[in-house]
Design a protein around this ligand. Structure first.
Ligand code: UDP
Length: 194
């Protein structure tokens, strides 16, 4: 996709990120989506691993208003796409296709991902929530989670562990589901479970 720079990090310009992602998935390509805000840019400036991760992400979308302001000061008018709204649009589009509708929710306090799954399942009947896991657990549960993901091969995996844990976790585990769309969603599960 077309891109611009925020500091030295890429920001991709796609009109419809969910549509673009499903198209990539149809071609067998897995995706790591980063919803960029100024805290992430600042973190990257002082953390080489995070800087490299941003440069390698498949799709970086403008989540934060600081990012939009930075671009405006550089003469670029880019529309803000809040991460939670992007995630909602992705769920809706995915639910409209029998080939992209298998989703997994990982993260947040015990019980939250279950509530999120029930709510989205009720709202989007054709969505298939194939599994959930909370973000607080021991190493055994984590190993079991990875085996479940490997077996289930969800189309979309939402990871809500907070920045930067969720981004590092996706980087370390995306090979387990190589064609999945992986999205770090921060506090979105808490908002959805409201
Ligand atoms: N979280 C988690 N495991 C942890 C730490 C945090 O699942 O070990 C969850 C937390 O419950 C919350 C989300 O990660 O749902 C982080 O939300 P926050 O709004 O802090 O996200 P950020 O703005 O840091 O991306």
């Amino acid at each position: 996709p077309a891109k611009v720079s925020v500091f030295s990090y890429p920001l991709h310009l796609v009109d419809n990120a969910p549509e673009w992602l499903l198209m990539q998935q149809r071609s067998g390509r897995g995706q790591h989506v980063v919803t960029l805000n100024s805290e992430m840019v600042m973190l990257a400036e002082r953390t080489p691993r995070f800087a490299e991760l941003l440069r390698q992400a498949d799709l970086v979308i403008p989540d934060g208003s600081g990012v939009i302001l930075y671009l405006k000061l550089h003469g670029l008018s880019v529309k803000r796409q809040p991460g939670i709204e992007f995630a909602e649009a992705l769920l809706k589009l995915a639910s409209e296709s029998d080939h992209h509708n298998r989703v997994f929710f990982y993260g947040a306090a015990p019980g939250v991902a279950e509530t999120v799954a029930e709510r989205w399942q009720a709202k989007l009947p054709n969505l298939k929530v194939v599994g959930v896991e909370s973000g607080y657990h021991d190493a055994n549960t984590e190993a079991e989670l990875i085996r479940r993901l490997e077996r289930l091969q969800p189309n979309i995996i939402f990871v809500a562990l907070g920045v930067p844990r969720q981004e590092y976790w996706i980087q370390d585990h995306r090979h387990v589901c190589p064609t999945a769309i992986w999205v770090g969603v921060g506090g979105s599960f808490d908002i959805w479970a409201g």
